[in-house]
Design a protein around this ligand. Structure first.
Ligand code: SAM
Length: 443
């Protein structure tokens, strides 16, 4: 049984009023679980039928579903390896719905690891425009990068930078900015009862101070007329309405956007929604603000194409494997090839870990394509594809690192499951040498 701190019970009574008792009565029941479908790799109309477990559409995001029943080992599902979906608590998907992403926009996800909301944004962008995902904690930024690769995101940048430095460098660059702030995590108590044991009023207050500072920084990166969405997975007034009110007090160039969503409950600010277990999610707050005015970004983007000998040979090697590459500028840096988004601004010192897709590496006199490039490519853009059905035993063998039988011509070959690329190998006389990265293999 979860032991909720007395001060938290007082707080939740203040936040939920007459509904607090109903909330408290649910504190020991099973948490909601969900997935968000990745349109870069899968079709939301078809995927649920392939999963082998029951799902139900969630009200919080167009491509979000509840997982029904007790499903174990979902991270080992071949379609999870393939990046067809991201496991995400259903109410956590609501902030991206408020962000209202359209293909072609430039979006900043300022507190992005492990990457659930970035995965949603990339899916909504459909490969057009640009996503910049930042995570200040270095090792969490690596997890973010690995999720980027799994989801096949090509038009993105991953960085690890302090928000105040990054947002100053990218001042006015983004159409929309998401701040999914670190918080006291009151919406995590059913999933992670230790979070309840660690909760304190002092922590709530210190989180609110940090959240306001992050939001202050974020405001710079939004272009005039752009959108800023703030979200947390906590209930307290201090970390939610309090932060929004203090921010608007200080930033007269921002205004509320009325929350028009049909989910969640009303909050103390007209631009916000709050979701609790009573509305079908573990707990989220999201609020949408608009920067007044209208203007155009001033940062220069890098358009230079260099065509030295190395680049020409990399291009030739890639054309033996792919019929079409993700959009962007092919660049070779120290023998490593990348396809960099054409919207990438020319800036230094922003802690960029990856811009675009890692395409491969020159090793002695040969070129080895990268796993990330296969993940970001559709089967129809790859010359050789071994497409396996979910009940073909070779898919589990491949994901565990084994060599498998292969019917394609010899050469680098994508491995797909139900038409979704999950990695590659090198085919030679009917056998596929496994190139699935060691760190991703199932045991
Ligand atoms: N948006 C993520 C997702 O959907 O997967 C979850 C983000 S989590 C709620 C907040 C993130 O903010 C954490 O990864 C944390 O490391 C990061 N963070 C912690 N302190 C921070 C700070 N001072 N500035 C910016 N981000 C911070």
């Amino acid at each position: 049984m979860i032991k909720l701190p007395e001060d938290f019970i007082t707080e939740i009574k203040d936040v939920l009023g007459g509904d607090a008792e109903k909330y408290l009565a649910l504190s020991d029941s099973e948490p909601f679980k969900g997935i968000s479908i990745n349109r870069l790799k899968a079709e939301p109309e078809k995927l649920p039928a392939l999963l082998g477990f029951d799902t139900e559409k969630s009200p919080f995001y167009a491509d979000g579903c509840y997982i029904k029943g007790d499903v174990q080992g979902i991270g080992k599902h071949p379609l999870h390896h393939a990046g067809a979906f991201y496991v995400q608590e259903p109410s956590a998907s609501s902030a991206v719905t408020l962000l209202d992403v359209h293909p072609g926009e430039k979006i900043l996800d300022l507190c992005a690891a492990p990457g659930g909301k970035s995965a949603q944004i990339a899916s909504c962008l459909r490969g057009r425009g640009m996503l910049w995902s930042n995570e200040v904690v270095k090792n969490r930024a690596q997890i973010l990068l690995s999720n980027y690769e799994r989801m096949g995101i090509a038009n993105g940048v991953v960085s690890s930078c302090y928000p105040e430095i990054l947002c100053e460098k990218l001042s006015g660059f983004f159409d929309k900015v998401l701040v999914d702030a670190p918080c006291s995590g009151e919406g995590m108590f059913r999933k992670n009862p230790e979070a309840a044991a660690e909760w304190s009023r002092e922590h709530v207050i210190s989180c609110a101070e940090r959240q306001l500072a992050i939001l202050d920084s974020a405001s710079q990166a939004v272009k005039d007329g752009g959108t800023l969405v703030y979200s947390t997975c906590t209930f307290s007034h201090e970390e939610n309405e309090g932060v929004i009110t203090a921010f608007l007090e200080k930033h007269k160039d921002f205004e509320h956007c009325e929350a028009a969503e049909k989910f969640g409950r009303k909050t103390g600010v007209s631009c916000g929604i709050r979701i609790t277990p009573l509305e079908g999610g573990e707990g989220h707050f999201a609020a949408k603000l608009r920067k007044k005015g209208s203007s155009y970004p001033t940062l220069r983007t890098s358009q230079k194409e260099n065509n030295d000998k190395t680049l020409i040979s990399v291009r030739t090697e890639l054309s033996n494997i792919f019929t079409e590459l993700p959009a962007g500028k092919l660049t070779v840096i120290n023998g490593k090839a990348y396809i960099i988004p054409s919207e990438m601004p020319e800036i230094n010192g922003a802690g960029v870990i990856r811009a675009g897709v890692f395409a491969g590496e020159l090793k002695k006199n040969r070129f080895e394509p990268a796993h990330a490039l296969f993940m970001a490519s559709k089967p129809e853009n790859i010359k050789r594809v071994l497409d396996l059905s979910l009940n073909d035993s070779r898919i589990q063998e491949y994901l565990s690192g084994c060599e498998i039988d292969c019917e394609t011509d010899s050469g680098y070959t994508a491995v797909a499951v139900e038409g979704i690329v999950t990695g590659f190998g090198k085919c030679s006389v009917g056998r596929l040498k496994n190139k699935y990265p060691k760190g991703l293999r199932t045991l």
